[in-house]
Design a protein around this ligand. Sequence first.
Ligand code: NIG
Ligand code: FE
Length: 393
Amino acid sequence: MPTLITRIGELTTNVVSDRDPCGTAVDAAVLLDEGRVVWTGPAGDAAARTAGLADLEVVDAAGRAVIPGFVDSHSHLVFAGDRAAEFEARMAGRPYTAGGIRSTVAATRAATDAELRLRLRRFRDEMLAQGTTTVEIKSGYGLSVEDEERLVRLAAEITPEVTFLGAHVVPPEYADRADEYVNLVVGPMLDACAPLSRWIDVFCETGAFTTAQSRRVLEAGIARGLGARVHASQLGPGAGVQLAVELGAASIDHGTYLTDADVAALAGSDTVLTLLPGVEFSTRQPYPDARRLLDAGVTVALACDTNPGSSFTSSMPFCIAVAVRDMGMTPAEAVWAATAGGARALRRDDIGTLAPGARADLVLLEAPSRVHLAYRPGVPLVHRVWKDGVEVG
Ligand code: NIG
Ligand code: FE
């Protein structure tokens, strides 16, 4: 059934023009049909455009704003347990180390498929209610062939954007034998997980995997037809950004500590830098300077990195608010980064915009403009959500 959303006060299409990367229209309308955007234009033209359409559903936006659905290109949703005590200790001054990952691995290995599936669906619904219509989901809390295969299989029930992150950390049974663990990751584990995954990822950081180990992991995944993504420069500067650019990764994620050479390499590349404001928020690390990156010409995406350790938010509006308040982004840049930027980070051209032909994934805000997402932090402004042209919830 076609749907017309009309009297939109401010429509963000992300259809780029020289003057406006957000492709903004006022007093606009959008026509959806068969899961796609069919037309956008002035509300005054909507009656003529829809004349004769059978079964047309008309939604009166009454001056509210419409934006593309959020594209959350980085999450770790398949896990059991939580680490609230670790967060509490951090807020009392303890630093974040990635060491807590191992406790989530133990809890996840002990959980049944049914438990993990139930949690995944809850997260998916929680995200949809906050306007996220596409989510990437990583494995990485299994770290055995059997458990990683289980995690990518469960993630694939929720999203086509599944990432194999067997190289998250070295599991305890391989302590002091990291290279042997990498052999497992690029061998039997990749064999089991590649058919169910679109992406390969590695945590390239002191305490996780070295640059040489990370290269092995990424090259093995690329050789199997997977796209590359990299966790890097989260805890300190390192070589992960340069490696990601060299290997043509779709995205390098975190980038809390970037050198000038990293910024220059990113600016001349097709690799997106995905910033994760929830991480700095909940680890009390310094926020990266997004202004520096944008001014240098780097393509920036925003994502939640939902996980029980470093960032347990699933709210893209929250990330937008923090990026604007503390990272130097304008509201327009932050909304673009959370929609079109996420789509670029996933190398998708069917989402992240409301161009005719794009998937009909969109959000009607309880607000007259997208600026309110940062201006009214913590307020549930996501009013109605459509995914593939169907209203959710
Ligand atoms: O993206 N950096 C590595 N992995 C996650 C954290 C995982 C955890 O602490 O459980 C991240 O921040
Ligand atoms: Fe992550």
